[in-house]
Design a protein around this ligand. Sequence first.
Ligand SMILES: C[S@@+](CC[C@H](N)C(=O)[O-])C[C@H]1O[C@@H](n2cnc3c(N)ncnc32)[C@H](O)[C@@H]1O
Length: 378
Amino acid sequence: VGASLRERWLAFRNRWLADSRFQEWATRFPLTRPIARRRTRELFDLCAGFVYSQVLLATVRLGLLERLREGPVEPAALAHEGVLDEAGSERLLRAAAGIDLVEALPDGRYALGALGAALLGSPGVGAMVLHHELLYEDLADPVALLRGDVPEARLGAYWSYAGAASPAELPPEDVAGYSSLMEASQGFIASQVLDAYEVARHRHLLDLGGGTGTFAAAAARRAPDLRVTVFDLPAVADRARTRFRAAGLDARCDARGGDFLAEPLPRGADLVSLVRVVHDHDDEAALALLRQVRAALPATGRLLLAEPMADTPGGEAAGATYFGLYLLAMGSGRPRTRPELEALLAHAELEVCSEPRTAIPLLVRVLVARPATAADSA
Ligand SMILES: C[S@@+](CC[C@H](N)C(=O)[O-])C[C@H]1O[C@@H](n2cnc3c(N)ncnc32)[C@H](O)[C@@H]1O
């Protein structure tokens, strides 16, 4: 009854919303006008999103935000510095002001805007903006992508492990690009995960798919007695080892190279983390990975699963829309809701015991799970 009531309501509402005469009336009628304005704005943003992204790309590529960090500029100054000619500079600065990357001052100069300043504070975002050039090539024909008719997706090649028959044999040059991008965007993720869950209560952390060790090093710094092992593809693990040595952490942090789907995981850790890893894999591989985790964990051990999720209130567009299409272009994986992750975990005999809150759930959420047969509490 609930479903059919809802469907009847949707049919009723949508008939009105799709009626151009109703739209006209709603725009004129004072009580519905604010809603009409908001809906128009939302629809306009959906239609124009690509243009906003390309304005953002231009500001990042031209180093405009770094330039504004030094102080407000006028378009002529940018022209003088050879960034763009004066007309191009003016056009870009006004466009960037429209989306809060910069802010127009009354005297014709432009200062850094609120979003531009925030972007400068998170260098990972700038790296993602540049990286999106590949994604947008793959998305040029979204229907072809959805039909699986983009066999040479640029993201598929970039994320070389996605779909690789023997990922453990990937050479260093094939993992360098994505490893640097992950490093650039990991700092903020690591602090949120480590604020949400206290790793110091554990003895030994195994960070699966831990990349070049950014999260592992942050965990080791938080918990001075924690031992940390990164497990990743051999070419990536080499980079993690180098990082640990350079940071003077190699007494407590090491890295093992291998394929986490094809070989037994190192034993002895009482905490296993999967940070931005499960969503990379289709259900079958994700389940195989979780079963590996289950086999490696002692009865009192814990799994820390951290990634953006598809059902985050207010973050659905980032989860289902952005990551849904991103991972499709990459060639494997999908963003999952918490119930979907719980179902996968249950199949691997792992049960969620808590979801400690992170500061920005849109970017990363954390599930803590334990072996389903363990008798103790979280
Ligand atoms: C999206 S990245 C996340 C890296 C890191 N955890 C982070 O959040 O920055 C996924 C990682 O999983 C690793 N990976 C993918 N397939 C793997 C496999 N079969 N065996 C071991 N590592 C793998 C990749 O090399 C990569 O470092």
